[in-house]
Design a protein around this ligand. Sequence first.
Ligand SMILES: [Zn+2]
Length: 123
Amino acid sequence: MALEIPDGDPPVAIDLDRASSLRLTWADGRQTTFSIETLRSNCPCAQCRSERDRGQVPWPKATLVDQELRVHDAELVGNWGLQVTWHDGHSTGIFSWGVLRAWAGLDDPAAGTSEEQTDTSDR
Ligand SMILES: [Zn+2]
């Protein structure tokens, strides 16, 4: 059986470029980088989830199409995640470390057996 992985296992380093990307370094030395567009379009807050459920995308917004996405601020939420405030004032999404690890595939139990598969999702 797999060991239980604590959901709140935080990164040892957080490197945020407010205009482009968030890089996390985990305790095991692995690094994961998320573009801020990826973070915003997958924002886990209830509002963005319901927009995605309706087939809309949280970003880019049609009304803000000429604005570049930027992170205005980000702060740790306890020991389990990062709350990002975006340039347009949106700040209800909290990205838990567990979710970010899952997006990066770090905790995917199948990752060890399917790494050879061709991944075409980067198109
Ligand atoms: Zn949101």
